[in-house]
Ligand binder design. Structure first.
Ligand code: FAD
Length: 312
């Protein structure tokens, strides 16, 4: 069985959920090999639990000292050594930059923002603000594919991985941009918007009061999102905007509260597995997209749902 390289992301000493999703997808294509930047032995147990037959880790200090170029260079060397069937990378900002650089180094085709990867290597993407679904395959070189978080539910498939440190050489050319300072984001206690399994978003209908939206998100262990109207009104930071000019999310559950469902908003959330809308206007376009719609005032409906959730 061919190797399939999965670029593992580790945050706060834990393997991220999107990485576990990539391992699940990789098993459709071959034998997953997780590449870890940093001490791989510390996370090998988790990676093995989700099917990584091998954990290859890169210890070169340049990985931490410089921006992404050393990671792409190290990966290119690991790919040259292992000749994998594909390289899967999370569709994060860093993941996509690594993928682009890696594809250039390999002379390979690149597919970004896949929402699924089939066993024959074909990928699914939604494009043009979510209006088209495209099935694509890479026709040249080792396919490099970035996959959106929540593409698949992570499945446990325990194996004991072989753990090896990669022998890579980082060139001076890859050390072009040094990290001067790096500070962690202030922790909100909520999951990252693009990775969250549940997103509760508020729009203009909140009237600027996101209290009910945040309370429900916290009760469900979800992230908070916002429409552009809410962001432009200064009610919520731009980092939380969902849509064409914001973030694209694909959670298991997306709850839109006081959001009309403009096409630019839908572009960022319509691949969610289940969509619930709360809107006081029964004609709101979001209801055409929703799996479940509640006609009502969000300031009444959301606290009632929160109470139900927290009382269980
Ligand atoms: P509205 O359209 O004003 O809808 C508010 C809704 O709240 C209404 O349906 C109303 O019935 C309901 N409501 C009011 N009060 C209550 C209440 N108490 N309880 C329940 N429901 C209530 N938009 C984005 O979201 N993301 C983007 O990335 C984005 N990018 C854009 C890019 C471009 C180039 C352009 C032109 C627009 C973009 N927009 C984007 C804006 C988009 O077109 C809409 O204007 C925006 O999504 C509307 O936000 P909204 O649904 O919160 O507000």
């Amino acid at each position: 069985m061919s190797d399939v390289i999965v670029v593992a992301e580790v945050a706060d000493a834990s393997v991220t959920k999107p990485t576990l999703e990539l391992l699940t997808l990789a098993r459709r294509l071959g034998s997953p090999v997780a590449v870890v930047f940093g001490d791989g032995s510390a996370v090998a147990g988790t990676l093995g639990e989700y099917g990584a037959a091998a954990v290859v880790w890169v210890a070169d200090p340049a990985i931490d000292e410089y921006l992404v170029a050393p990671k792409a260079e190290a990966l290119a060397q690991i790919v040259a050594e292992r000749s994998p069937a594909a390289v899967l990378i999370t569709s994060s900002a860093e993941g996509k930059e690594i993928a682009g650089r890696l594809a250039v180094k390999l002379g390979s085709g690149l597919i970004t923002d896949a929402t699924d990867v089939a066993g024959d290597g074909s990928t699914t993407q939604t494009v043009f603000a979510g209006n088209w679904t495209v099935t694509a395959t890479v026709g040249h070189g080792v396919p490099v594919v970035t996959v959106k978080p929540n593409a698949v539910a992570p499945e446990v498939a325990p194996v004991t991985p072989e753990v090896v440190e990669a022998a890579v050489t980082i060139s001076d050319a890859a050390k072009g941009a040094r990290i001067v300072t790096s500070e962690p984001k202030a922790a909100s206690g909520r999951p990252e918007l693009t990775e969250a399994a549940i997103v509760v978003s508020g729009g203009r209908g909140t009237g600027g009061d996101f209290g009910a939206v945040e309370a429900l998100a916290d009760a469900l262990g979800g992230a908070v999102g916002a429409s552009r109207a809410a962001v432009d009104s200064g009610w919520y930071p731009h980092a939380y905007q969902v849509g064409q000019t914001g973030k694209t999310v694909s959670p298991q559950l997306y709850l839109a509260a006081g959001i009309s469902g403009a096409i630019q908003h839908r572009a960022g959330m319509q691949t969610s597995k289940a969509i619930v809308a709360v809107n006081k206007d029964p004609e709101a376009p979001i209801f055409a997209l929703a799996d479940l719609g509640v006609v009502g005032d969000l300031q009444t409906v959301l606290p009632a749902v929160t109470e139900q959730v927290t009382s269980r």
